[in-house]
Ligand binder design. Structure first.
Ligand code: SF4
Ligand code: SF4
Length: 323
């Protein structure tokens, strides 16, 4: 497991020389009261990003790490996988029947979470357009025995593996729609698609936002990654989920105490008109870039330990009932 502490980390000068003048927190809309669309910040074409040189630098680091190199090589086959164009007559079903069929099909796909939500324009990055009305969200859980090594290469490789699984699952589902005569577009990591994924994942029932800025789920805790499929096939949204995470995060400091560059803020912040937990992008990024994409906050979150999340949910429910 990673052993870096806050006191040990000083970013490399060669990386900090690439840091743009504009703060990533400004790009993200920290402190902005008005609602606006998000701006691309990372994992897009580096040529359009103020932090694009840092994104390129990330890929120059640790070129000989065996875990990362193996995981990236395996991921490439999923990134390269082509899926068929829309084929045949369009199958006609009600939204209820489509959703039922989708959830049944998803049981044959290598994924761990699935949900449906209606697209909101506020989720689309500035400079991108989305015409589809529905978002099928996908979650793929980390293997705890691998992610627990974050921020070492072995933990980073597990993140790469799960992005590969998410990409493959999104292609399976998009292909399933297309072979029934309906268009659908898969989006998996590592590169960002045209929209942010955390808000639709919250909306469709994957869980609640934790202090570390990632979602906490009732089964997998913080330990999973996201992908999605966009389509116009009529669907029924799945319900959001209440766990009571806020009550827990207010009193827990495991991730913020562990984060080597001290990037996790203790209080919720206003970000593009919404109050939410927030991670200081400018502090997180240099460590992230030098440590395989880090992920230590996810690995140390108590909810991530297998079998723990359901017990914590019960405990929180008991506490609310006793009040
Ligand atoms: S990913 Fe960022 S916020 Fe999380 S522990 Fe690492 S440096 Fe801190
Ligand atoms: S480590 Fe604690 S404070 Fe951080 S997200 Fe997990 S439960 Fe919340």
């Amino acid at each position: 497991m990673g052993t870096k502490t806050k006191d040990e980390f000083t970013p490399k000068a060669e990386q900090m020389a690439l840091m743009p003048e504009i703060s990533g927190n400004s790009i993200n809309g920290l402190g902005e009261e008005g609602v606006r669309r998000p701006r691309p910040i990372y994992w897009h074409d580096p040529e359009i990003l103020p932090h694009g040189e840092m994104q390129k630098w990330f890929y120059t680091q640790n070129p000989d790490d065996p875990y990362i190199n193996k995981a990236r090589a395996e991921r490439q086959k999923y990134l390269d996988r082509a899926i068929p164009e829309v084929t045949g007559d369009a199958v006609d079903r009600t939204a209820e029947k489509w959703t039922e069929a989708l959830l049944t099909f998803s049981k044959t796909v290598d994924l761990d979470l699935i949900g449906v939500t209606e697209m909101k324009p506020d989720w689309v990055f500035e400079g991108y357009e989305i015409s589809q009305k529905w978002v099928v969200m996908i979650g793929v859980a980390h293997d705890y025995d691998e992610i627990k090594y974050a921020p070492e290469g072995r933990g980073g490789a597990e993140v790469v593996r799960q992005y590969a699984r998410g990409t493959n699952a999104s292609k399976d589902i998009a292909e399933w729609f297309r072979l029934q005569g309906h268009d659908a577009h898969p989006h998996g990591g590592p590169m960002a698609g045209p929209m942010i994924l955390i808000p639709p994942a919250l909306e469709c029932g994957f869980g609640e936002l934790g202090k570390h800025g990632s979602i906490i789920n009732r089964t997998y805790g913080s330990s999973f990654r996201l992908a999605c499929v966009l389509t116009d096939v009529p669907l029924v949204p799945t319900a959001s989920d209440f766990l009571g995470v806020d009550d827990f995060c207010k009193n827990c400091q495991v991730c913020s105490n562990h984060c080597p560059p001290d990037a996790i803020l203790h209080e919720k912040q206003t970000v593009r008109g919404a109050e939410k937990w927030y991670v200081d992008f400018d502090k997180c990024l240099p460590f992230f870039n030098e440590h395989f994409g880090c992920g230590a906050c996810i690995a140390v979150c108590p909810w991530s330990r297998p079998g723990t999340a359901p017990k914590l949910i019960e405990k929180l429910a008991r506490r609310r009932a006793d009040k």
